[in-house]
Design a protein around this ligand. Structure first.
Ligand code: ADP
Ligand code: 5GP
Length: 211
């Protein structure tokens, strides 16, 4: 049966595990489309243009914003980030779900956009601040200065937890993933996301009548 696509927004303080959850979701369901964000930040080792991010300079990024090409955009850690609009609209037209890894500003803007009624937002909390700090360090990607900046931003990010539809504490990774999967499965079954249901039930009634 056809289904209306949903916009699945994942936010968390940096290091709480949203990229890990996003990767697991993409492996679980290959029909999910990941919204590859545009950013003005420099690529980290191993990051590929068009796979992890679309890397732009300031002028290039600004030009896309000015043309209305971003569904949302925001400044995070001194760089600009934004979700390109066209791939999201294409996915919606195909009845496919799009997964967003965005900060609270992105979450707010998507919820308030014309596509907001199809948004489902999930906030991921760390089990403790000590664990958040240790995960950021364990990732081994950032300098001491960058880690300090991310920890300072975490407090601000966490303050927006109550704006989200669902909140998960990412203690055990497998448990957290199971709960996230349950959210998506249930959201997909909502009546309004199944446009063919009325026709299906009409068919059941015709079958009744023919007995
Ligand atoms: P984010 O995308 O939120 O910044 P990541 O997904 O990159 O966070 O996770 C940060 C680090 O923590 C990674 O090294 C990841 O492997 C690890 N991690 C993620 N979830 C858990 C978990 N539940 N328990 C322990 N480590 C985790
Ligand atoms: P990072 O630089 O570690 O990849 O991401 C830093 C932060 O920017 C994360 O909180 C991430 O969720 C957020 N982010 C990534 N892409 C976007 C985007 O397109 N829009 C917004 N608003 N935030 C984003």
């Amino acid at each position: 049966m056809a289904r209306r696509g949903l916009l699945l927004i994942l936010s968390s303080p940096s290091g709480a595990g949203k990229s890990t959850m996003a990767r697991r979701l993409m492996d679980w369901d290959t029909t999910l489309k990941f919204s590859v964000s545009a950013t003005t930040r420099k690529a980290r080792p191993g990051e590929e243009h068009g796979v992890h991010y679309w890397f732009h300079d300031h002028d290039g990024f600004r030009a896309i914003v000015d043309q209305g090409g971003m569904l949302e955009h925001a400044e995070v850690f001194g760089n600009f980030y934004g979700s390109p609009r066209a791939p999201v609209e294409a996915a919606m037209a195909e009845g496919r779900d799009t997964l967003f890894d965005v900060d609270w500003q992105g979450g707010q803007q998507i919820r308030n956009s014309a596509l907001g009624r199809d948004a489902v937002s999930v906030f991921i909390l760390p089990p403790s601040i000590a664990e958040l700090d240790s995960r950021l360090r364990g990732r081994g990607q950032d300098s001491e200065e960058v880690i300090a900046g991310r920890m300072a931003k975490s407090r601000d990010e966490i303050s927006h937890w109550a704006e989200y539809d669902y909140v998960l504490v990412n203690d055990d990774q497998d448990d957290c993933f199971e709960r996230l999967r349950a959210i998506i499965t249930a959201e997909r079954l909502k009546r309004e996301r199944q446009p063919d249901l009325a026709g299906f039930v009409r068919g059941l009634n015709e079958e009744f009548a023919a007995r």
